[in-house]
Design a protein around this ligand. Structure first.
Ligand SMILES: Nc1nc2c(ncn2[C@@H]2O[C@H](COP(=O)(O)OP(=O)(O)OP(=O)(O)O)[C@@H](O)[C@H]2O)c(=O)[nH]1
Ligand SMILES: [Mg+2]
Length: 337
């Protein structure tokens, strides 16, 4: 598709509009507890599958796991929701994770697609890694136990459900949801394969509570790994707008009922509220009521459009990706803008 707008013609914000002190409010308390219980459970598993969002492969993975847990057990990093990001960049992402973070096994999946290639490779890879590992106390066990970890809302439960339905023809076993923190009970055990018997432990999302970089927090919020109200929908929508404009991604213009790109979130949300009839009644001092644009609902609409892919395939960590060639990226941006 031709580029309709020339980013150079606009004076978009060049820096993230939020500052570090906002971070403190964003982290709920229950997640550390889960982390500790998972650490205790590690001796009874043969493999750890860490699920993360493919739109942010370099943002928000829990360092406690990578530092203290992973050395001892085979580890696969599943980057899920590949359908929402830019496919041609996936090999480069895997290269960088290998080179810089020593992640050897990376698989990209779409847990909503039965026919996804990554899902097919996952089981043989898992079995292979376990067979070739030292299982210590579990070497006599015929069953394989696999622990699924990852920050909230990356698709852990969806992945287990899909593997289970693919391998055992059983449908919808675990609850999934579009908001963070759906899985609360620890260590739900699910059989996903019969020969060999493979059990998966689903876990609640865990998140490193000291995210030091504000953009990290905002990207996690955008991907629904933090609950929306903790950060605030209008803040999330504003960060999204800043990101889209600074990366010349302009699908939001039509979506939010605008004539052209705009870097002012208030104007964008008002336009969206008018287009989607998101209106709120307010009462004035004299008792009369009038209708005003509902900016909160409009922000929710915009965020949802990003999350479902309606604003285009987006790779939020693009500025962190090193192994890339400029023209290729630009071509892709053009195609997807
Ligand atoms: N587009 C897309 N959406 C997905 C994919 N996998 C999961 N989802 C959606 O992402 C949301 C979260 O999925 P869950 O499986 O509940 O995620 P989770 O990691 O178990 O979440 P918690 O239990 O809250 O930590 C749901 O709305 C899913 O439908 C995927 O590969 N692609
Ligand atoms: Mg879950």
């Amino acid at each position: 598709m031709a580029v309709r707008f020339d980013a150079a013609a606009y004076n978009f914000r060049k820096k993230c509009p939020y500052v570090r002190k906002d971070l403190l409010r964003w982290f709920p308390g229950h997640m550390n507890k889960g982390l500790k219980q998972m650490q205790r459970k590690l001796s009874s598993v043969d493999c750890v599958i860490e699920v993360h969002d493919a739109r942010i492969p370099f943002t928000g993975r829990n360092p406690v796991f990578t530092e203290t847990m992973l050395g001892a057990k085979p580890h696969i990093l599943v980057l899920n929701k590949r359908d929402l990001t830019i496919s041609s960049l996936l090999p480069k992402i895997a290269d960088q994770l290998k080179a810089e973070e020593n992640v050897q096994n990376v698989v990209f999946t779409n847990s909503k697609d039965q026919h996804c290639r990554g899902l097919k490779t996952l089981k043989p890879l898992m079995v292979d890694l376990i067979k070739n590992s030292n299982r210590y106390n579990r070497s006599e066990e015929l069953d394989y136990n696999v622990m699924i970890i990852g920050v909230p809302n990356v698709g852990k439960s969806s992945l287990i459900n899909m593997l289970r339905s693919k391998n055992m023809k059983i449908r919808h076993a675990l609850p999934v949801g579009a908001v963070a923190g759906v899985t609360r009970s620890l260590m739900t055990k699910m059989r996903i394969n019969d020969d060999p018997k493979i059990f998966m432990f689903d876990t609640p999302g865990i998140l490193e509570p000291s995210v030091t970089d504000i953009e990290m927090g905002l990207k996690l919020a955008l991907c629904a790994s933090l609950q929306d109200h903790l950060v605030g929908e209008e803040t999330i929508a504003d960060y999204l707008l800043y990101w889209l404009n600074s990366h010349a991604k302009f699908k939001y213009v039509d979506y939010m009922g605008l004539e052209e790109p705009c870097d002012d979130i208030q104007k964008v949300l008002i336009s969206g509220a008018v287009k989607y009839n998101r209106i709120r009644r307010v009462r004035d001092f004299d008792g009369t009521t009038r209708e005003v644009p509902d900016l909160l609902e409009s922000a929710r609409t915009m965020i949802k459009a990003f999350r479902t892919g309606e604003l285009g395939r987006i790779f939020l960590d693009i500025d962190i990706l090193k192994f890339r060639r400029k023209p290729e990226i630009e071509e892709e941006m053009e195609e997807l803008a």
